[in-house]
Write a protein that binds this ligand. Sequence first.
Ligand SMILES: NC(=O)c1ccc[n+]([C@@H]2O[C@H](COP(=O)([O-])OP(=O)(O)OC[C@H]3O[C@@H](n4cnc5c(N)ncnc54)[C@H](OP(=O)(O)O)[C@@H]3O)[C@@H](O)[C@H]2O)c1
Length: 326
Amino acid sequence: MPTNIRWGIVGLGKIADTFAKDLALVSEADLVAVASRSLEKAQAFKNTHNSTFAFGSYEELFTCKEVDVVYVATPHSHHAQLAIQAMEHGKHVLCEKPMGVNREETSRMLNVAREKQVFFMEALWSRFMPAIVRAKELIDSGTLGDIRYLHADFAFYALDRDQKGRILNPELAGGSLLDIGIYPIFLSYLILGKPDKIQSTSKFHATGAEIETSMIFQYANAQALLYSGFSCTSEMKAMVCGTKGTIYIHPRWHEAQELTLQIGEETESMLLPKTGKGYVHEIHEVHKCLNNGKLQSALWSHQNSLDLIETLDLVRLQNGIRFPFE
Ligand SMILES: NC(=O)c1ccc[n+]([C@@H]2O[C@H](COP(=O)([O-])OP(=O)(O)OC[C@H]3O[C@@H](n4cnc5c(N)ncnc54)[C@H](OP(=O)(O)O)[C@@H]3O)[C@@H](O)[C@H]2O)c1
């Protein structure tokens, strides 16, 4: 019988809290250690989420022998440094999205994963959501015919956020594109691959952070219309349209639990519930890979993360989106 997988979490902010609640739903997972820059905060998190250890520095968690896999949940600007540190200590790593802030960081991280022979995955949770998995299967099996048009967006109002927080602060790689624009770009990449040509335009906040980006991805026989933004809240229904039919991925599409398939006049609704908040599915994928001795996921591979960040880099280059530390 396989033994439980022992998790550690570094960076105890909002997503760490949500993730820890989902981790508790997975009986084969134990939350062993949590680490914050503040010991007091780590102890409070440990008590809330029943962890064994609480550390007042990330380094202590990386050297903790009881931890098998580290979940990196810090702002994007700190993913590379911390994931690399964890892997250099021989830990497997699940790193929040985006894996690195640019291609250079991402490929450095992937090199360390290869050198150290540890499991490494970007926490692109939508890829493992039952509704997205089903949509991809239907599209790949030709149900929609040839895909010609895709529409996906991700927008919520965030202009009232703390200007020093990770959303609006360029020092923390703030901006809509890397935070939420990554999802529509992910969907277009998942269904159509890397685009041949990109047209895009961005708007910026007084802090210098990018707050809105509209994108058209051109493919040989298809176009994708994508948007991310912090200026307003959008419906977040995605659609993928082919020569034979269309799939609507219900709001909010990146965590969808329902699809509608339309072929001609016929429509079919499919309920595909997620477990917990939805992070359970990526946790299962990590466990499956670790239990099978795999160092990367076949559903969201190292190459997928590299392709995604290269596409994000191109949009950034077109619009002059640069971070002060780059
Ligand atoms: N998959 C998803 O659905 C999803 C959703 C939201 C966010 N995310 C990703 O998760 C990451 C964290 O997002 P979040 O919303 O949880 O952010 P957050 O609430 O700001 O928390 C980030 C945590 O990182 C740590 N940290 C380390 N260095 C920091 C620094 N210089 N400034 C601020 N915090 C620092 C802090 O923890 P300590 O004080 O404990 O050290 C902080 O609480 C982002 O990369 C984001 O893309 C993913």
